[in-house]
Design a protein around this ligand. Structure first.
Ligand SMILES: Nc1ncnc2c1ncn2[C@@H]1O[C@H](COP(=O)(O)OP(=O)(O)OP(=O)(O)O)[C@@H](O)[C@H]1O
Ligand SMILES: [Mg+2]
Length: 484
């Protein structure tokens, strides 16, 4: 029997005595009763050297759900599922996993810096008479923390802060995440449930680990950013041909860090004021992504101009449906590069909470160096054609294959075929109910051979073009010389 059990036993004896007291109290005069009550309380506190703190589920006049209660619930979830004998189960807020918590009147033991503490879960039930004739049962749930009074300072000062911080972090990890998109200057959202993770992204393991480490370090560096006086943000530029996994990687980043995603469509934003409004509304713990940045911003500082075809379409519209000219013109006075840069540099210093900002592009060479300099876009990541290591990731994920005799043939074809991971993945997609890996690998080999041949012809064409333009230049030079 632990000392606390002994005290608990003692407590129940005192409780029984108090019950006896309650029965007989009506026979004692009021003054004497008060006197005995006061001293019995003191006696209990004296012999029971433990402190108890109750955290009710609802607090305040408006009965808001207490943040501390929710944090404790999250904090105790894993201990409860391993220790408690009676558990309650519910669907988590991410709508995917089952969350376990201890049932009524269960208790778990926790250790903090070598000190034992006990968390109990309980409820007070009271019956209140409602307007209908049926009484309504009112349940008030609570967590009760018990610890020895000699640890009072440590528990109240350090441990409770630790519980709330830890519980909130677990809550963030388990929360339902959203994908926000903007229509004009308004965000709307859907639940974000993209399955991509760094395990499914096909790229060399070394680069993958480096990116993951960078992200995790960033997400834990709140104190560092505060100390050096920098806004807690990190910029990523993902570039490469279409179908090499840029959008997939954005989803993997959000899943790794448990962040929301804000997919900012710059072409739908009228001007810098709207852009500012949108960015200020983003919350912390989010990835803000601007896809195809080269198509959204003309890098002279103005937004992409309408193509001739779009202009003609607008002009040939029914005049009744066509917006007035002023409005059409004002809609093309757009977000500027300098506006965007100002926000990236300045805005987030004023808003708390970490943010990862990602630009994607197919044409990195077109980007203004000001947009992608270090400090704005801290990491430049090239996603390129499928190499052997990337292929192996796809084969493992799509076909559950770690090795195969056809792998060596694929390894020799890949470098010259210049096939994107999206195309490789297409060959590995299940096409029949009877999924035979060999059929898919052979289809990929055929695809690679074809792609290699195309690349060869393209190179020849380019070679010819170069040759003929060199010849043209030579002729022009000769003509010029002879004319002189
Ligand atoms: N590196 C990769 N790892 C895993 N899957 C990939 C990879 N690249 C492409 N894919 C697959 O191909 C599809 C298209 O890829 P994704 O949309 O990420 O390409 P992208 O680089 O964003 O292309 P775009 O430049 O056209 O936007 C994805 O659904 C994904 O399944
Ligand atoms: Mg994309």
């Amino acid at each position: 029997m632990t000392p606390r059990d002994t005290f608990a036993h003692l407590g129940s004896i005192i409780a029984s005595l108090m019950f006896v007291w309650a029965v007989f109290q009506q026979f004692f005069p009021y003054q004497l009763r008060k006197y005995i009550e006061k001293y019995s309380q003191r006696l209990v506190t004296f012999v029971f050297p433990y402190i108890q703190i109750t955290f009710n589920e609802f607090t305040g006049e408006r009965l808001m759900r207490s943040e501390a209660y929710t944090a404790i619930e999250n904090y105790l979830a894993s201990t409860s599922s391993t220790q408690a004998k009676r558990l309650k189960a519910d669907i988590g807020r991410n709508n995917q996993s089952v969350v376990l918590s201890m049932d009524d009147h269960e208790e778990v033991e926790v250790e903090f810096q070598g000190i034992k503490l006990w968390w109990a879960y309980g409820k007070h039930v009271s019956k209140t008479q409602s307007f209908s004739s049926y009484p309504v049962t009112d349940e008030k749930r609570y967590y009760k923390l018990t610890f020895h009074k000699r640890h009072r300072d440590l528990i109240i000062g350090t441990y409770l802060k630790h519980v709330v911080k830890e519980g909130k972090a677990i809550g963030v990890r388990n929360r339902q995440r959203n994908l926000y998109t903007n229509t004009g200057y308004r965000w709307s959202h859907v639940v974000f449930e993209h399955p991509a993770t760094f395990d499914t992204v096909a790229m060399e393991q070394g680069r993958k680990s480096e990116i993951m480490e960078d992200l995790i370090t960033f997400s834990k560096a709140e104190e560092f950013y505060a100390r050096v006086g920098r806004a807690w943000k990190r910029g990523y530029l993902l570039y490469g041909p279409p179908g090499t996994g840029k959008s997939t990687m954005v989803a993997a980043v959000a899943n790794l860090l448990s962040y929301d995603i804000y997919d900012l469509e710059l072409t739908a934003v009228k001007d810098n004021t709207e852009l500012r409004k949108l960015l200020i509304e983003t919350s912390g713990k989010s990835v803000i992504v601007i896809e195809d940045i080269d198509c959204s911003l003309d890098l002279t500082g103005q937004r992409r101009k309408k193509t001739e075809k779009e202009e003609v379409q607008e002009e040939t519209k029914d005049p009744k449906q066509r917006p007035p000219k002023d409005e059409r013109e004002s809609r093309t006075s757009q977000v500027t590069l300098s506006g965007l840069l100002n926000f990236i540099d300045g805005l987030w210093s004023a808003c708390g909470g970490e943010r990862v900002i990602v630009f994607t592009t197919n044409h990195v060479e077109k980007l203004d160096p000001a947009l992608i300099r270090k400090g704005r876009m801290d990491k430049h990541i090239e996603l390129s054609y499928c190499g052997y290591e990337a292929f192996k990731v796809l084969a493992k994920n799509y076909l559950k294959l770690e090795s195969h005799h056809l792998f060596s043939r694929i390894a020799t074809l890949l470098p010259d075929a210049k096939m994107t991971p999206a195309d490789v993945a297409e060959h590995l997609m299940p096409k029949t109910a009877r999924g035979d890996a060999e059929i898919y690998l052979e289809s990929l080999i055929k695809g690679l051979e074809l792609a290699k041949e195309k690349e060869r012809l393209k190179a020849m064409e380019e070679g010819k073009e170069k040759e003929s333009s060199a010849k043209e230049e030579e002729i022009a030079e000769m003509e010029e010389n002879s004319g002189r």
